[in-house]
Design a protein around this ligand. Structure first.
Ligand SMILES: NC(=O)c1ccc[n+]([C@@H]2O[C@H](COP(=O)([O-])OP(=O)(O)OC[C@H]3O[C@@H](n4cnc5c(N)ncnc54)[C@H](O)[C@@H]3O)[C@@H](O)[C@H]2O)c1
Length: 328
């Protein structure tokens, strides 16, 4: 039997997705406890929330600290966004540490959930956990929930996220906690890290474009590889739907039903009126990761009444404006 959720713990609350989730829940009147070790997230990302009576922040490491789950009980929900996630260069240069850290974070979350049994655990999974052989084309690589097993992700990041899900499924078995896994395609939006080695493809390309001194924008690979880009506000909408979901499904694939190539992303950046790029060049010596993938999100539409709403060009150009303004 479910009872009213009174408090929501958001791990990774200072990060891109976690800060947006925290803000939306605070605005809806829920009591929110944000947790982050500030590995990639920043206090700046949640500065506006510090004056809200229904928001508190616990600066803590999920793995080694103990105070972050204080007061978690059956009236709580836990939205788990804290994992190591980064751009492809960082992911393939740090395979073992990403794998280990995510496994340790998720193992700790599973243990805490099993012990305190919050009403709901929402986990942000990833399309990177899906088999690599299903991600070899920008035209035909549509992924749905049923494609995940048998598993064969192409990165240690994808494996770590997948193993986290297995751990959570076992941890909630026979308890009152309900698990919802939201498998996300590539998320973009504000706030984001755009100026260090961990940056993901979109902020990293924007940063390169804004810093270009010769009017050229260099893109990794031949630019034909693509991704299904999902705006962070669409992720927040799905998380909110999942909070009140009472149906029987436990995993949802979230993303648009088409792929946008990295070459197209570069052209859209070039087309922004405040960006000064006259040529996009391709560096085929650099890694590209999976060739392409997009989402069959019909289950999310049916069960969560969810579909992506933000048009990619609009979301991308808004983000460019935010980054330009942030650099001033
Ligand atoms: N961004 C994407 O494209 C994308 C796509 C699919 C899935 N996801 C998943 O969504 C989640 C959030 O992603 P994001 O883009 O907001 O990343 P993010 O890096 O902006 O946010 C993650 C936050 O977790 C924090 N964190 C990391 N290790 C921690 C620890 N040990 N203890 C406490 N906090 C810790 C970081 O400081 C960061 O603020 C991740 O679990 C990621 O795997 C993201």
């Amino acid at each position: 039997m479910t009872c009213q959720i009174e408090k929501v713990f958001v791990t990774g609350a200072a990060g891109m997705i976690g800060s947006n989730i925290s803000r939306a829940l605070v605005e809806s009147g829920l009591s929110v406890v944000g947790i982050d070790n500030l590995w990639r997230g920043t206090r700046y990302n949640i500065a506006d929330l510090s004056s809200c009576r229904n928001f508190s922040f616990r600066h803590a490491d999920i793995i080694s600290d103990h105070h972050w789950y204080r007061n978690m009980d059956e009236h709580s929900a836990l939205i788990h966004t804290a994992n190591i996630v980064a751009g492809i260069g960082y992911v393939f240069a740090n395979e073992w540490s990403i794998f280990q850290t995510n496994i340790l974070i998720n193992a700790k979350i599973a243990r805490i959930v099993n012990q305190f049994q919050p009403q709901l655990l929402t986990y942000l999974g990833t399309a990177c956990s899906y088999p690599q052989h299903l991600q070899r084309s920008v035209d035909t690589s549509v992924l749905s929930e049923a494609n995940k097993i048998p598993a064969d992700p192409d990165s240690s990041y994808g494996w770590s996220k997948m193993i986290g899900e297995i751990d959570f499924r076992l941890a909630v078995k026979g308890t009152r906690t309900r698990l919802i896994v939201l498998d996300l395609h590539n998320v973009y939006g504000w706030p984001c890290t755009y100026n260090d080695s961990t940056s993901q493809v979109i902020p990293s390309l924007i940063f390169k474009a804004l810093n270009s001194t010769n009017g050229k924008l260099s893109v990794w690979g031949d630019g034909k590889q693509g991704r299904a880009f999902l705006h962070v506000s669409d992720v927040v909408a799905a998380v909110r739907s999942a909070l009140s979901y009472t149906g029987t499904e436990s995993a949802f694939m979230l993303g648009p039903d088409h792929c946008t190539s990295i070459g197209e992303v570069a052209q859209l950046i070039q087309a922004h009126p405040r960006v000064n790029i006259h040529e996009v060049v391709f560096d085929i010596s650099k890694p590209t990761g999976d060739i392409g993938r997009f989402a069959d999100a019909r289950l999310a539409l049916r069960e969560l009444a969810w579909a992506p709403k933000i048009e990619f060009r609009v979301g991308l150009h808004e983000l460019i404006d935010r980054i330009i303004d942030d650099r001033k």
